[in-house]
Design a protein around this ligand. Structure first.
Ligand code: PNS
Length: 168
């Protein structure tokens, strides 16, 4: 075990981070000693924010946790299992919102288990008020002028608005 104790990697696109992601990070902190929030550099998705912008938004939202050293934010490219091995993580955390997430997550967890049999995937359920929340919907609501105050930390809203207005 590393000097950070039991490490979990929480990987994703985080384009951008939402309160649903933050909820999962807080739940993971209760189970593990250290949570690495790992932003993928090789997402097949068409991202709005650059990797650095996504890291900056996460770092702003997790200032306190980063200062207390229970969370860190990083980026990775290549296979997730290789990154987890390098960081000596014992598990991968993923959020499960609804049944619709299950098939994709199940497939990914089993493929990762095939690639790295000792690496566990743990699924955490966010508070039900975030069940229907996604980065995609968040961006659409901001773009159309809706109120996203409950879905993302207030300090991040102007940055997201600016980016969607093409001024970011
Ligand atoms: O937030 P997302 O987009 O659902 O996250 C997907 C992510 C980044 C976890 C997944 O695409 C991933 O692990 N990518 C790294 C490449 C990899 O290891 N692919 C094989 C997965 S079985």
């Amino acid at each position: 075990m590393s000097n950070q104790g039991r490490i979990v990697v929480y990987p994703g696109s985080f384009d951008p981070v939402t309160n649903g992601h933050l909820d999962i990070i807080h739940r993971a902190r209760h189970i593990f000693d250290h949570v690495i929030v790992a932003v993928t550099q090789n997402s097949a998705k068409n991202s709005l924010f650059t990797v650095q912008e996504r890291v900056d938004l996460l770092s702003a939202a997790l200032k306190k946790e980063i200062r207390s050293r229970s969370v860190s934010v990083d980026t990775f490219s290549g296979l997730l299992v290789d990154y987890c091995r390098r960081r000596r993580a014992v598990a991968v955390a993923r959020g499960l919102r609804a049944l619709s997430d299950f098939e994709y997550e199940f497939q990914m967890a089993l493929m990762n288990r095939h690639l790295a049999p000792k690496l566990e995937t743990v699924f955490l359920m966010p508070d039900e008020k975030y069940t229907y929340l996604s980065s995609t919907l968040l961006k659409e609501i901001v773009r159309l002028g809706g109120d996203v105050g409950r879905f993302v930390p207030a300090a991040l809203v102007p940055k997201i608005r600016q980016k969607l207005a093409g001024r970011g």
